[in-house]
Design a protein around this ligand. Structure first.
Ligand code: MG
Length: 515
């Protein structure tokens, strides 16, 4: 909010993409505090830089998936999304600005590096003095020679969803009494979910809760996981809970899925969606391949193998999926951090995942628990959990990583806490489409029998460092498919603790968040 700060970043972005003279950009955000002010400043700067046309969501609202779609649909040159994703909003909380490229996906490293470099040398910015644009009114207006087109933020996105899914089948299911609870967490998906689920698909009024986007998200932390969406979890595990539950994050690209009395891990969700995508009209021709981030469980790999399509293991970050989608190598993508998507846009997409699940439930006429049990019987079960140690002093978090890294070259063949290590490395990725190499993407310890431990530091928190520990164990025997997840993973967790010395280095006796 300080003078010139936002202007510096926006001008550096415009400069880094070769200027925006005559270009078309999409603009919108998740409605958090400062969304409206930032949008007005950006419009004036776009005019000052000679942009041809800006397409803005009404009231400066656009979910990240809807922005990605609008960029592609209008063949825009890019888009600016105002959001800090799943981080809290408000005057003392988080705000962010993302730049997406003409393909609808997040800017790649070459562009983000160029933006950063420009912020260090910039000496001026361009803007115009004029009244604010009325962003509450749909229609066209001008700032000088630049056209401002205010559009309904929901309609085009909802129309895209209708082309991908069998809305008639889902509507029939709701009309027959299927009950759902969608928690929009006072963030941007409220209007999208209300229009699609309640208006177009005839879900009961009140299906969408916390449906109005608020500048401070009503004090909620819009991060869809069992901890921050605990009221949804309670509703889904209540004796008369709904048939299906879902939650979304601040900007609408993440999702959490819950059935009645069963939580679906994001890794399992990706695997089930891959195995059943052909039941939705948009994917009836089958999928070309699956991509998952490295820390995501190998459940999707087993589905890809059965389908005879490739499975790509990428570093964390949606841009790596974008290049596979652009090249037509993968159709579905997912990551354990509650992100799933497909080649319909170039961002992850929370509501899309919800609708694909609904389409599958409607076609198979089974509940979530039955679908999960069928899946595990067919493919085996990858027990999986992520343990987060939040807001660690950076020095401590790095010390934990260093301790594991120091051992990694000599772990293969060794036994740790009774488990034999098959292989261990620091994950590096070569992009199959452009040959670019990304190193230092997490420490992997692969155990005999399909188990795995991964250590990573997260880049999306804003306070200290978050150490993420990913635990996985594979079982295929019929008696081993219904264990308690944390109990099943206890031996793996013990091995991880012994290797990394987490308690000794950080003084923490357990994780802050378990998902
Ligand atoms: Mg997000």
């Amino acid at each position: 909010m300080s003078d010139g700060y936002l202007e510096n970043f926006i001008q550096s972005t415009f400069d880094a993409i070769g200027g925006i003279a005559g270009k078309c950009l999409v603009l919108g955000g998740d409605g958090r505090f400062y969304n409206d002010r930032a949008a007005q400043k950006i419009l004036k700067m776009a005019a000052g830089n000679g942009a041809g046309r800006i397409i803005v969501g009404q009231n400066a609202l656009l979910s990240t998936p809807a922005a990605s779609h609008l960029i592609r649909m209008n063949r825009a040159d890019g888009g600016i999304i105002l959001s800090a994703s799943h981080n809290p909003g408000g005057p003392a909380a988080d705000f962010g600005i993302k730049f997406n490229m003409a393909n609808g996906g997040p800017a790649g490293e070459a562009i983000t590096d160029a933006i950063h470099a420009r912020t260090e040398t910039i000496s001026e910015y361009f803007t115009v003095e004029c009244a604010d644009t009325d962003l509450g009114r749909i229609g066209k207006s001008q700032i000088g020679d630049m056209e401002v087109r205010v559009v309904d933020p929901v309609t085009d996105y909802a129309d895209l969803m209708e082309t991908l899914f069998d809305f008639n089948a889902i509507r029939s299911m709701f009309e027959a009494g299927f009950r759902m609870r969608f928690d929009a967490m006072c963030a941007v998906t409220g209007p999208y979910a209300t229009e699609i689920l309640e208006n177009r698909l005839a879900a009961a009024k009140g299906t969408v809760v916390n449906a109005v986007p608020l500048p401070d998200f009503g004090g909620m932390h819009p991060d869809p996981n069992p901890v921050w969406a605990s009221t949804l979890m309670e509703a889904m595990f209540a004796p008369d809970g709904p048939d299906f539950g879902a939650a979304s994050d601040g900007d609408g690209d993440r999702n959490m899925m819950v059935g009645r009395r069963i939580y679906v891990s994001p890794s399992d969700s990706l695997a089930v969606l891959a195995a059943n995508a052909h039941l939705a009209p948009g994917y009836s021709q089958g999928i070309k391949g699956v991509a998952r981030s490295m820390p995501t469980s190998a459940a999707a790999d087993r589905v890809a193998a059965a389908l005879g399509v490739p499975c790509f293991e990428t570093p964390t970050g949606w841009k790596f999926f974008g290049s596979l989608l652009d090249a037509g190598k993968a159709t579905l993508c997912g990551e354990e951090s509650f992100g799933t998507g497909s080649d319909h846009i170039r961002e992850k997409d929370g509501l899309w995942a919800v609708l694909l699940w609904l389409n599958i439930i409607a076609q198979r006429n089974k509940n979530v628990k039955e679908i999960m049990k069928d899946h595990w019987r067919e493919y085996g079960r990858n027990y999986y959990s992520r343990h987060d140690y939040d807001a660690l002093p950076v020095v401590q978090a790095e010390a934990v990583m260093a301790r594991v890294r120091d051992q990694i070259g000599r772990l293969a063949g060794r036994t740790v806490a009774g488990l034999t290590v098959a292989a261990a490395d620091e994950f590096a990725y070569t992009d199959p489409t452009d040959g670019s190499v990304s190193r230092g993407q997490g420490l992997r310890i692969i155990l005999k029998d399909g188990g795995r431990i991964v250590f990573r530091l997260s880049g999306t928190g804003t306070e200290g460092a978050t150490l993420r520990l990913y635990l996985e164990r594979y079982e295929s025997g019929p008696e081993e498919l219904d264990l308690d997840v944390q109990k099943a993973l206890a031996p793996i967790a013990a091995a991880a603790a012994e290797l990394a010395g987490i308690a000794e280095i950080t003084g923490r006796t357990g994780p802050d968040v378990v998902t």
